[in-house]
Design a protein around this ligand. Sequence first.
Ligand SMILES: *Cc1c(COP(=O)(O)O)cnc(C)c1O
Length: 385
Amino acid sequence: MRAEEICTHYGEDPARFHGAVNTPIFQTSLFVDCEGNEGGLEGRYAYTRVSNPTTEVVEQKVAALEQGEAAKCFSSGMGAISAAMMHYIKEDSHVVATASIYGPARRFLSEYMKRFGIKVTFVSGTDPEELEAAVCEQTDLIYLESPSTYLFLVQDLERIAEIAKKHHAATVIDNTYATPIFQKPLTMGIDMVVHSASKYLGGHSDIIGGVVAGRREDVEQMAQNERELFGAVMSPFDSWLMLRGIRTLPVRMPQHMKNALEMAAYFQELDIVKEVIYPCWNTHPQYELAKRQMTGASGLMSVVFDLPGEQIHRIVEALEFFYRGPSWGGYESLASPVGADLERDNETMKKGLVRLHIGLEGADLLKEDFERAVKHVLGRGVSLG
Ligand SMILES: *Cc1c(COP(=O)(O)O)cnc(C)c1O
C-alpha cells in the first residue's frame, strides 16, 4: 500500500461514525458494556488507558506506514522510548547504544537506569565491527538512532540487525528524523521502531506524542505492560491532531527535503561555512549508506560555521524567519546554535554547529533571511560564487 493511501483512507470508516469524514475525538475515559461496544482489545472498549477508537485509527496508520504488524501511541516520544527500552531489558541487562542519540534517551540509559543495575556501552554506530565488539553475553538491547541527533550519523541497519540476531539481542531504533516516508527499519530486520510524534508525524508543533511499531506480539505485550502500567498513553484529542497531521505527511516530507537540499547547496557556497551535515547531501561521509537505506532526508540539517561563537549567536538572533529554538517538524524554520560555545569537537557535537530545521517557507525566503542577518552582523556578503 502506498503511503498516500495509508495516510488518507486506510483505517478510516465513515460508516462507523454517521458518515463523518474525520474520525471523531472519543473524549471519554470509560466505555460501558452495551450493545454496539465493539472493537478495542478483547473485542470491546473499556478504558482509554488501554484503548480508544480515535487512537486506534492513528495506530493502524503508523503500523502500516512502518510495515509493522502493530503500533501503539504514547503521550510523548520519551514515553515511547522509555517503554520500548524497559520492554527489552531486565535485571543486570547490558545495552549497547549509539553515542549521539537524543539527549534524554541517553540520560535515561546512562544515568537513570544505572540505579537498577543496567549497564550501557556507547559506540559511534558508524562502524558495525566496533558495535559488535561492544556486545557481550548480557546484551539484551541495541538502541539506535539513524540518522542521529545533531551529527546525523548513519548506522548500517541491515548489518546491525544481523549482528543483534547472532547475539540474541533486540534492536530498537528512533526513526523520528526520517519518518516512515523515507526509512522503514522494520523491513531491514530491526525489531522495533520508536518515534516522537511531536515532530513530523504530528507535523504542526501542537502535540507532544510518541509511537512504537513492530511485531504484534512485542507491541501488544508492551502495551499491556509498559504502557498500561506506566500509563504514558496518548490522549484522544492528541490522537485526533496526530491523525490530522499524518494525512499530509507524504506531501510535507518531500517538500521539507526539497527546501533542505536547496539550503544545503546555498550554505555549501558560503565562505563562513566549514561543513554542511545532511544525510542526503554528497559531502556526508556516509552518503552512499544513507542513499541505500533511506529514500530521502527530512528538513533537519546542521551547518558548521567557521566563525567565533559570539558572531554565530548574533547571526542566529538576527534571523527573522528562522525562529530560535529546539524541536522541529512543523511548518516553521528553526535555528539552534548548539555548538556555538564549544571549545572543540566531541562525539556528539562540533564546534560552531548550528542545527537548522528547514520548514515550509520556501528556500528563497530563507536564503534572503540568512543574507540579511549575515550582512547585519558581519557588514559584508558571504557568497563564494
Ligand atoms: C524530540 C525527540 C524525542 C523526544 O520526543 P518527545 O515527544 O519530546 O518526548 C526523541 N527522539 C528524537 C530524535 C527527538 O527529536
